[in-house]
Design a protein around this ligand. Structure first.
Ligand SMILES: NC(=O)c1ccc[n+]([C@@H]2O[C@H](COP(=O)([O-])OP(=O)(O)OC[C@H]3O[C@@H](n4cnc5c(N)ncnc54)[C@H](OP(=O)(O)O)[C@@H]3O)[C@@H](O)[C@H]2O)c1
Length: 317
């Protein structure tokens, strides 16, 4: 079957490690696994990390990339694929599709049947394919870990990214005052259209915030600390621009800040997210929909850092 996969890894030039070509049909490691016909998928920064060799050792190559998918299950139902697989072989006890088990950038993907969620009525497969990684992560960062219910104001760093645009859209829908930083003036304009107050990285905010959504890392972490109100939650799920920031510990204890790490979310959280988006008619922020035949161009676009929101792959084109 047609697939996009890491044929090697390249820390400096990840795009050089991407191959589009034929891979064997999915296999089922256990009886409760099923094969889904993928109709739409979406790119995540995770796919670039994999091509760089982060979390993807040489003994797992070649590996079909892709965490997110929506498609058709063996009974003909439209489904969304929850991408986290219980994995006793991994120190975390879990792995995400494309880390140990083949990912979603293929005609078909195999997962445990319990990883399939029904597509909500009124939601397109293209929109649903945006939700299982970036949007689920943002949802958990805000709702569960950041306790956004108790918050008035939220700051989202690096606003153009998949997780970040999701966090802005969700926090606005939750009725919060939302601030967002971006290095790019055009992205700041677009994030303002989503309902956030957009500022340059490092800019002083008009107020301190209760929750910070932090996926950028070293480049923005000091600003996250400075922008946090007493007892704020700084929720970290990524470190695109470096994972070893300088941290002012005096500010952490004096302001009684919580710095909380999180990854992905539970199946129940994905179910809640799907219901929230369907009820509120929230559409994911989509940068572009690219036919599978041009998936290499989609990777190149993600790699430029110019994308605003999710890059979706149409597997039927
Ligand atoms: N732990 C988890 O479960 C989980 C899940 C999803 C994602 N992540 C991680 O979260 C991060 C974001 O993922 P994504 O898929 O949303 O990525 P993405 O779509 O590629 O977005 C990355 C964003 O980071 C910002 N950025 C990058 N380099 C920067 C720099 N030097 N200074 C300031 N901002 C910078 C950019 O924002 P601007 O251009 O607007 O400034 C960019 O839009 C990645 O590191 C990813 O691995 C983790």
């Amino acid at each position: 079957m047609r697939a996009a996969f890491a044929s090697g890894t390249d820390a400096d030039n990840p795009l050089a490690a991407l191959t589009v070509g034929e891979r064997p049909e999915p296999v089922h490691p256990a009886d409760d696994w099923v094969t889904v016909e993928v109709r739409a998928s979406s790119l995540n920064h995770h796919d670039l990390w994999s091509l760089r060799g982060v979390g993807l050792p040489a003994d797992r190559l070649p590996m079909i990339l892709g965490c997110d998918a929506a498609g058709i299950d063996p009974d003909g139902n439209e489904v969304v694929v929850y991408p986290v697989i219980a994995d006793p072989g991994d120190p975390r006890g879990i792995s995400i599709l494309s880390e140990r088990f083949p990912g979603t950038f293929a005609e078909r993907v195999a997962v445990p049947r319990s990883n399939l969620l029904a597509l909500p009525a009124g939601m397109s497969l293209t929109d649903a394919a945006c939700l299982p990684t970036a949007w689920l992560t943002a949802w958990r960062m805000l709702r569960t870990v950041g306790r956004a219910d108790e918050a008035d104001a939220v700051l989202v760093q690096g606003a153009g990214g998949g997780v970040a645009t999701a966090a802005v859209a969700l926090a606005v829908a939750m009725g919060k005052r939302v601030y967002a930083t971006s290095r790019d003036a055009a992205k700041r304009e677009r994030v303002a259209e989503l309902g956030a107050t957009a500022v340059e990285p490092g800019a002083r905010l008009p107020e301190r915030v209760d929750v910070v959504v932090e996926t950028v890392g070293a480049a923005t972490f000091d600003h996250s600390l400075k922008s946090a109100a007493p007892m704020a939650r700084i929720v970290v799920s990524g470190a695109t621009a470096g994972h070893e920031p300088k941290v002012n510990l005096r500010r952490v204890f004096a302001m009684r800040l919580e710095i909380l790490g999180t990854s992905m979310g539970t199946p129940e959280e994905l179910r809640d997210l799907l219901a929230f988006c369907a009820e509120r008619k929230i559409q994911p922020v989509v940068d572009s929909v690219v036919p599978f035949s041009r998936i290499d161009e989609a990777f190149a676009h993600l790699h430029t850092g110019q994308a605003f929101g999710k890059i979706v792959i149409d597997h039927q084109a």
